[in-house]
Design a protein. Sequence first.
Length: 154
Amino acid sequence: MSKAFTKEAEGGDIYDGLPDRPISAHNLVTARGLELIEAELARLHEEHAAAQDADDRPLLAKINRDLRYWISRRATAQVIEPPRDTTEVHFGSKVTIERDDGRRQTYRIVGEDEADPTHGRLSYVSPVAQAVMGKPIGETVQAGADEATIIEIS
């Protein structure tokens, strides 16, 4: 094929077309979740200025993509106040479950962007969170492959 019919990337053109990060339609957040979004935006703006000063086009493309994601998440965030009702599990509740093998696990039900199961924070759209939402203490739910009983809500 003649080179006249092909277009080769010039300079940083390779990096200009990074695909956007997928943005979930779910965007309930706790007050802490909103603070985390705003902190991430501040960090990215600082990194953007530094990457611009260094004329680092690949890094600028990545930061611009991440900025688009976090700006969208900030614009659509719906802050949910902590629940006052502790008779059943709600968004923002802290819930302790006991699995069939006797293990107890405590999770706070939070937004997608602040979820971190290893630190006790489950996204409200996760299967376990969906199983416990709206349920009272004493209710048995499916938690992964096993069943678990809700033993505390705060």
